[in-house]
Design a protein around this ligand. Structure first.
Ligand code: FMN
Length: 350
């Protein structure tokens, strides 16, 4: 057991009588207030220097923070200190919105999983732009994830994404087009061929644009979407978002499994890997992939890279295993990438 698992996790999991969202807010608050000295101590413990270049962007290491953890970018200085080689903020929407009613975030502990139906609670694209403007450079590449506002009808989705894009693209090293959250009614239909073509035609240009896909899409639908990504200049694909399926859960988590929302963590590992493998083979490796879903140990990260991902991201694994997982995954990725990353291979973090 790591120090995080022994001492930090039990405290966080007990906070607010076990309310996962309270623990999330508490943690974000603490991380946003970390002083420079603490950050530099954390950096020396957790940061891994093993640069990779993907879609023209240089990443200090291959392991990023997945979208949804820091939707409003409140703790941006903390994530690199915890070892992340890039951070995806958001998903933000053109209009600020409260998201779904609480409770809307649940831990399924024996399965190392999470169910969420947050519904893009966020302070809006303009607020994020103001925060990023005030903050200056973060130190690692920044992805900005865009979604559709709940009040905007699906037919006006392109304009809604464009509003956010115009406000935020200058702060972003890449833009993620989130069309795969299960928690905004109708959003996933934007993965259809013609809808995604319209979105990419509007957004592709100044900054690399990646499309984040659901693990529940059938292969022919993914193949169609990939064709559009290739023909419309998408810089890559992020695979995958949470799943609506409920396979692979521990018996003790069955009651919680009935909660509506997207499932992430342990039960998603294989499914995400299969999608990454499919995207990689279907495109002959022409479309860079950020692999995400169920990375719960360093080997899960290397298997996702083996399946064809160029970078990976974590969310649930970080909740259950903390920053040692980020470091372990980044070092494992570096070892897999080869001899140019001697420092990371020796286990030395800089
Ligand atoms: C509480 C929570 C909120 C999330 N919010 C977003 C989001 O706003 N945008 C997004 O693209 N993905 C979101 N995700 C999905 C994650 O980015 C990731 O794709 C998914 O959880 C699978 O990775 P994991 O198994 O490492 O958690 C969210 C996940 C969780 C658990």
């Amino acid at each position: 057991m790591t120090a995080f698992e022994r001492t930090v996790r039990p405290v966080l999991f007990r906070l607010g009588g076990g309310d996962a969202e309270k623990a999330h807010e508490f943690t974000l608050g603490r991380l946003s207030r970390l002083g420079e000295r603490t950050r530099s101590l954390l950096t020396s413990r957790y940061a891994t220097d093993a640069p990779v270049e993907v879609f023209g962007v240089r990443f200090p290491n291959a392991v990023g923070l997945a979208a949804g953890m820091d939707k409003n970018g409140v703790a941006l200085r903390a994530w690199p200190a915890l070892g992340f080689g890039f951070v995806e903020v958001g998903t933000v929407t053109a209009h600020a919105q409260p998201g779904n009613d609480k409770p809307r975030l649940f831990r399924l502990r024996d399965s190392e999983a999470i169910i969420n139906r947050m519904g893009f609670n966020n302070a809006g694209a303009a607020a994020l732009a103001a925060r990023l403007e005030a903050l200056g450079p973060v130190g690692v590449p920044l992805g900005v994830s865009l979604g559709k506002s709940k009040v905007t009808p699906l037919e006006e989705a392109v304009e809604d994404y464009l509003t956010s894009y115009r406000l935020l693209h200058k702060y972003a090293d890449y833009i993620a087009v989130n069309v795969s959250s299960p928690n905004t009614p109708g959003l996933r239909t934007l993965q259809d061929k013609s809808a995604i073509a319209g979105l990419l035609a509007a957004l592709v240009g100044k900054v690399p644009v990646l499309v984040k896909i659901a693990p529940d899409l059938a292969e022919p639908a993914i193949a169609e979407l990939l064709e559009v990504c290739l023909s419309h200049g998408a810089a890559g694909v992020i695979a995958t978002n949470t799943t609506l399926a409920r396979d692979g859960l521990a018996a003790t988590d069955q009651a919680r499994a009935a909660e509506a929302g997207g499932l992430s963590g342990g039960p998603l590992t294989e499914k995400a890997r299969k999608v990454v493998h499919f995207v990689h083979t279907e495109t002959d490796g022409r479309l860079p992939i950020i692999g995400v879903g169920g990375i719960m140990c360093a080997d899960d990260a290397t298997r996702l890279l083996d399946a064809g991902a160029s970078l990976v991201q974590l969310y649930s694994g970080f909740i259950y295993h903390g920053p040692a997982l980020v470091r372990g995954a980044a070092r494992a990725a570096a070892r897999q990438a080869g001899p140019q990353h001697a420092d990371a291979r020796d286990g030395r973090a800089r």
